[in-house]
Ligand binder design. Structure first.
Ligand SMILES: [Zn+2]
Length: 240
């Protein structure tokens, strides 16, 4: 669904006053992100997919200080050992997803909701959004200074929210949990907040909320889960 014909490259997606964001796309259509503080050249990596050579090369221009995971699924963590060899820095993952990592020794960053992570001028606020996995966590990138200057805020949603729908759910209970997570933590954000998912293209909170409003106007089918889209709604049931 989210495949790209142009794998393995780094591309800048945002250049602001305080930080820049680059996206790395792996050969398996995963997005990883590199956030760099312009003042201090300190940086943060979000997710470590397979074949992270170009991510490592790009990140070597900065002083990497943290690796954060949106969740523990293999395609988002399988480059971790290689990245950690180059940048043996502290890492953070939603506690219930910690078991997905083969090496969790560097996991010392607390990514509970609201426990902001500050690196140089970069401020990332974790939002615990279980559903796609038990430990799925989104990260909101904004600071008092960036808000004061009306710089756009970004949210890294992993596989919790994509353009057009939530991430894959393994049961109806998981789907309901993901929706609850979105309603509590993502949809209340300002509409212009840019959504940077773990695969494919970007969207905004406002657009996602509009799509979701259509979905939420029908009762939620008890048999619905899997690759759910907001528009296809309750008659659609897909294989998990
Ligand atoms: Zn996933």
């Amino acid at each position: 669904m989210y495949f790209y014909n142009n794998p393995n490259y780094m591309k800048q997606v945002f250049q602001g006053r305080y930080w820049a964001i680059e996206r790395y796309i792996s050969g398996f259509s995963n997005n990883a992100f590199l956030i760099a503080c312009k003042r201090t050249r300190r940086s943060v990596i979000i997710d470590t997919p397979k074949n992270p050579d170009k991510l490592i090369k790009a990140a070597s221009r900065y002083r990497v200080e943290a690796i954060l995971f949106t969740h523990g699924h293999r395609d988002h963590v399988e480059g971790y050992e290689i990245v950690n060899d180059h940048f043996p820095v502290q890492a953070g993952i939603g506690e219930p997803d910690r078991t997905y990592l083969s090496n969790d020794l560097s996991v010392t960053i607390n990514v509970e909701t609201g426990n902001s992570i500050m690196i140089g001028d970069i401020t990332l606020t974790p939002l615990f959004t279980p559903g796609h996995t038990p430990g799925s966590t989104c990260y909101l990138l904004e600071s008092e200074k960036s808000l004061a200057e009306s710089e756009p805020s970004h949210i890294f949603t992993g596989d919790t929210l994509f353009p057009g729908g939530p991430g894959k759910s393994s049961s109806n209970i998981a789907l309901r949990q993901i929706i609850k997570s979105l309603e509590s933590h993502i949809f209340p954000l300002p509409e212009k907040t840019v959504v940077l998912p773990g695969h494919g293209g970007f969207t905004t909170v406002g657009k996602s909320k509009n799509e979701y409003a259509h979905f939420a106007s029908h009762p939620l089918d008890d048999s619905l889960y899997g690759n759910v889209t907001w528009i296809q709604s309750s008659s659609h049931k897909s294989n998990p």
